[in-house]
Design a protein around this ligand. Structure first.
Ligand SMILES: Nc1ncnc2c1ncn2[C@@H]1O[C@H](COP(=O)(O)OP(=O)(O)O)[C@@H](O)[C@H]1O
Ligand SMILES: [Mg+2]
Length: 363
């Protein structure tokens, strides 16, 4: 039995039962009256009264039935359609909220649920597509060194490298390419730890001058091989110390310098690294004369998966996670990273670390 039928039965019963009782009482009352007391006019009047009451009650109840039916059934009908839409995977509709009563509240809650469901579905879709892109970029990045390694090994096997010098050059290239792959795999496994906050930090006091001197020596050797000129300028005094994880800080510098090399489009390649003392902080600036970043892209380069050049044919590969890792590490160090850039002429990346100050103990 549907709701409409139930409402009609309810209201008919509500009218019929009292009416039936009144009629019985009325009849009993009449039959108890001695003959002649009740005139035919009185009797007719009473019957008319009874019929009028019946009519009025019937009309009122019909009106109530229609009113309640509308205010319940219409929203239920809307919710039914909405539920079907969701079942079929369609979330692009709106549940109209017509009333502020309990059913209206139910519709409002339903609408909110739909909006949240839609948001989380969209998020999932975009995450899936980002993941797919990540996998395709990583495959590209891994394939490039593997292809080179295969080529050089074949060269060695076929005897193309026939002098010890050539052989050494081949082996060195193979070694460098294997290093590239190692770095990428490292970055990936590190990235997977970011999400679950499992980065194993090892914070220590680090002497800024010594640390950067050593670090730049390593980087200088690598840049030399890639024919990039490096200038380095450290202006902090000998005793400045920061609290940092040496390994992760190296990761930050490598990532930024790696980008400078990767996005370099000039023949004369320059990278300048400056370490400055700015009050309570040590500021590191890494400047390149590469292709630069457009102003519209600049705010997003730290977003994970964000790449300014997303064309699939891009020869650069890349996953777009490097700078998101940099950002996360700096955040966990209580520092900050930002960039300025001019398209076509170069980029400067900055990051700051708070100086460590011994709190004097009053003896
Ligand atoms: N020094 C730079 N010069 C030009 N573009 C850069 C530089 N550093 C970063 N970018 C831009 O920022 C994007 C994000 O960098 P990153 O997170 O390291 O990802 P990936 O290097 O894997 O593309 C890069 O795709 C690139 O477009
Ligand atoms: Mg990068």
């Amino acid at each position: 039995m549907n709701l409409k039928m139930k409402l009609i039965i309810t209201f008919t019963t509500v009218i019929a039962v009292p009416l039936f009782l009144i009629t019985i009482i009325f009849m009993g009352f009449m039959s108890m009256q001695p003959a002649g007391v009740v005139t035919p006019q009185t009797k007719e009047f009473l019957i008319e009264m009874l019929l009028s009451v019946l009519l009025i009650m019937a009309m009122t109840s019909s009106f109530l039935v229609v009113w309640i039916y509308r205010s319940i059934l219409n929203p239920i009908e809307t919710l039914k359609k909405a539920t079907r839409n969701i079942r079929d995977g369609n979330l692009d509709f709106e549940v109209a909220i017509e009333d502020t009563d309990e059913i209206g509240e139910l519709c409002a809650d339903f609408e909110e649920m739909r909006i949240r469901l839609k948001e989380s579905t969209e998020q999932k879709v975009s995450f899936d597509s980002q993941n797919k892109e990540l996998i395709s970029n990583i495959s590209h990045d891994l394939k490039t060194p593997i292809t080179a390694i295969k080529g050089y090994v074949e060269g060695l096997l076929d005897g193309v490298a026939d002098t010890p010098q050539k052989q050494e050059k081949y082996l060195r290239t193979i070694y460098n390419k294997a290093n590239d792959m190692d770095r990428l795999i490292n970055e990936l496994s590190f990235y997977s730890k970011i999400d679950t906050n499992r980065i194993p930090y090892n914070f220590n006091k680090i002497n800024v001058l010594e640390y950067f001197d050593d670090c730049i020596e390593d980087i200088g050797l690598e840049l030399d091989e890639q024919h990039v000129q490096l200038s380095y300028n450290n202006e902090v005094s000998r005793d400045i110390v920061v609290i940092a994880d040496a390994e992760q800080l190296k990761r930050v510098i490598n990532n930024i310098v790696g980008n400078s090399v990767k996005y370099m489009d000039k023949n004369d390649k320059f990278i300048q690294i400056r370490v400055l003392d700015v009050g309570d902080f040590v500021q590191v600036e890494i400047e390149d004369n590469g292709k630069g970043i457009a102003a519209k892209d600049l705010p997003y380069i730290y977003d994970r998966f964000y790449r300014t050049d997303t064309s699939r044919n891009s020869s650069k590969g890349g996953s777009g996670i490097g700078l998101s890792i940099v950002h996360k590490i700096m955040e966990d160090h209580g520092g900050k990273v930002w960039a300025t850039s001019k398209e076509g002429s170069g980029t400067t990346m900055y990051f700051v670390l708070r100086k460590y100050q011994e709190v004097p103990v009053n003896e």
